[in-house]
Design a protein around this ligand. Structure first.
Ligand code: LLP
Length: 427
């Protein structure tokens, strides 16, 4: 369904007009649709349910880093989501959101000793181990705590996800994961460690993938390793293919989630039934962007219009600290006027007030706008607020969630005093 649409020339989120929200809560403002969020999650969950059998199970672990607001985690938790985290902080968020830490998987190349301890205290489902040094550290800490840590190896399948180099992670030269060729020996070492329980295998090859062919190729490689391990007597219980399915920002057409999952489960079912009848296997996924990305927008107000030589600028009150994807990756976000005008259009660069030339949100957009107009920066639900900063002592934007035509403030706007509250002057 459409969640961001015009009613009488005014842009709404599920029928709630954005100009009203701007008036009540101010700008810049992140606005999310609960209906969109759950709809995207169910695109995963429904296919998983369809392929569920006595011995094929699954868990969709929402990637917390894409949007970690407690309200959002709570909604997804109630939908049955597990969570993919990359820090102790994200684990505490999942718990604070009232979700189950035993459905958490912990990825990331740099887990500290205290993060590992915290995760073991909360009995997380699995560590996605990214190096042998990390494996040994987990074993040592689990020993100190008298526990056994469940682990999966994040292997690097060396497939090209054909996406932006900054968000492609499954190639040999990336810092992520354990080289495919070393995984077998590593698993044998892990299997001998007294405080490690080897439970799975995982990968994550990149983000904003439009085609699922690289993911299916990666799955083949995981299955191949699974078989080699089985021959050595190491029986894995789960396969985690990571996240990475892309969304439409402009006119990209990403693979439909249901088609992707149907192909994944098709492969898994055939393979498992042929080789491991009766053995229980769980499929796991770590989607972030495809759940949260097109569930939110960033609402901003035009402060000034100006022309430098031949270039028109719309200076808005949101900036790279609110949404850094354009500055960082030159990402495209569609910009829509909140209230449509019939007046003459011009081509603008939409820029923020921060003192950096890189502070732009969109370039060369043809719009009909006036000072004080509201603009919606679309597809900003993932890696928007989550990557925001306080640069230029700008408080982070407030966040609103629309549920059943009602607006809920799910994060207050940060006040300047809060930004320097942790600082101390020395005498
Ligand atoms: N699992 C792992 C281990 C990951 O590193 C990531 C994302 C995900 C899952 C979720 O991937 P997704 O389904 O969202 O593609 N800041 C960048 C994206 C960085 C992605 C980092 N890893 C952006 O704004 O495009």
């Amino acid at each position: 369904a459409q969640h961001f649409f015009y009613q009488n020339d005014t842009l709404t989120v599920d029928g709630v007009p954005l100009d009203k929200l701007a008036m009540q809560y101010g700008t810049p403002l992140y606005v999310y649709s609960k209906a969109a969020l759950t709809e995207h999650f169910r695109q995963y969950a429904d296919v998983c349910k369809q392929f569920e059998t006595d011995d094929i199970h699954s868990l969709v672990c929402y990637s917390v880093k894409s949007n970690s607001n407690l309200a959002i985690l709570n909604i997804l938790g109630r939908e049955g989501a597990g969570f993919d985290i990359v820090s102790g902080g994200e684990l505490l968020r999942v718990i604070a959101a009232g979700c189950d830490s035993r459905k958490v998987i912990f990825s990331g190349v740099g887990k500290t000793a205290s993060e590992i301890r915290l995760a073991l205290e909360h009995d997380i489902l699995c560590f996605n181990v990214e190096s042998f040094a990390e494996l040994r550290r987990i074993n040592r800490i689990a020993a100190e705590m008298g526990k056994k840590a469940r682990v999966s190896f994040r292997v690097n399948p060396n497939v090209d996800p054909k996406t932006h180099p900054y968000i492609s992670t499954g190639l040999k030269e990336n810092k992520f994961g354990i080289p495919y060729e070393e995984a077998l020996a590593g698993y044998e070492e892990a299997a001998r460690m007294p405080h490690i329980e080897v439970t799975g295998i995982d990968c994550h090859i990149g983000s904003q993938l439009l085609d699922d062919a690289p993911l299916l190729e990666a799955l083949d490689k995981l299955i191949d390793l699974f078989d080699q391990l089985a021959q050595k007597g190491i029986e894995l219980k789960h396969i985690d293919i990571g996240g990475g399915i892309g969304i439409t920002y402009d006119n990209e057409i990403p693979v439909a989630i249901s088609d992707y999952l149907t192909r994944i489960f098709g492969k898994i079912t055939t393979w498992k039934n042929a080789k491991y009848p009766g053995q229980s296997i769980s499929m796991m996924f770590e989607p972030g962007r495809s759940i949260s990305g097109n569930a939110g927008l960033l609402l901003t107000q035009v402060q000034y219009l100006k022309t430098n030589s031949d270039k028109n600028f719309a200076i808005v009150d949101a900036a790279m600290n609110d949404l850094m994807r354009p500055s960082l990756y030159e990402s495209w976000h569609t910009v829509l006027p909140v209230v449509k005008r019939q007046t003459e259009t011009k081509t603008y660069d939409i820029v923020g007030p921060i003192c950096e030339s890189g502070d732009w949100l969109a370039r060369q957009r043809t719009l009909s706008i006036e000072t004080d107009d509201l603009l919606a920066i679309m597809s900003a639900g993932a890696y928007g607020m989550a990557m925001s900063s306080n640069y230029n002592t700008r408080g982070r934007a407030a966040e609103i969630l629309i549920d059943d035509k009602k607006a809920y403030l799910i994060r207050k706007r940060e006040r300047p005093e809060e930004l320097y509250a942790l600082e101390t002057i020395i005498s």
